[in-house]
Design a protein. Structure first.
Length: 204
């Protein structure tokens, strides 16, 4: 008798596990966890990747189309800065371009991801800038945008790392190159914090 009960409990447990594995998937499960360090603003949110602070704030920002619109504006600012970086650097001369080759490559990757995000918003989300925030973000739109935002955040950090590794640029081009770098990194520095601000719009 005890053995029969044990087998029954084991079978029920297995069924429950399988149900979780193959059941309906909620694009944004009803979990409202936000790390306390992020909520209090005590940490730099850019230092985190998927399933940590940045993942959570991006997830929150994308819950409604109003939050998506806010996020897309930040992505466009990043793209514009990355697109302008190469011509700005070329104006500084060959030495500057050669010194920043790896940064240029990183910036080009950023542009590609930004274009992907913008295309998803237009083609998958069918989003419009006039959206007032009431509609929830469609599941497919939400998942694709979240994935690409995490990728973009990683690329932004990779770009900053590449900048730190750049050797000294000849003095006659140094100021020009520094200005180009500052224009590139300005929107990047505030990217995660701005997405966090977008996440607050979804609760209004």
């Amino acid at each position: 008798m005890k053995f029969t009960i044990f087998v029954l409990v084991a079978v029920l447990g297995l069924v429950a596990v399988n149900a979780n594995a193959v059941g309906f998937e909620d694009p944004y499960p009803k979990m409202e966890y936000v790390p306390t360090d992020l909520a209090s603003g005590e940490v730099d949110v850019e230092n985190f990747t998927i399933f940590s602070s940045f993942w959570w704030i991006a997830r929150a920002a994308l819950k409604t189309l109003k939050g998506v619109n806010c996020t897309i504006k930040q992505v466009m600012a990043i793209r514009d800065a990355a697109q302008n970086f190469l011509p700005s650097l070329q104006a500084c001369g060959t030495d500057a371009v050669n010194a920043y080759k790896n940064v240029i490559t990183s910036a080009q990757a950023v542009v590609q991801t930004c274009n992907t995000i913008i295309n998803i918003n237009e083609e998958v989300c069918n989003n419009d800038v006039s959206t007032d925030g009431k509609p929830s973000t469609p599941s497919t739109c939400f998942k694709q945008l979240l994935s690409q935002l995490v990728t973009l955040n990683k690329q932004i950090k990779a770009t900053k790392t590449a900048i730190k590794k750049v050797p000294a640029v000849p003095s006659d081009a140094a100021d020009c190159a520094n200005n180009a770098v500052n224009d590139l990194t300005s929107p990047m520095t505030n990217f995660a914090s701005n997405i966090k601000a977008c996440s607050k719009l979804t609760s209004n």
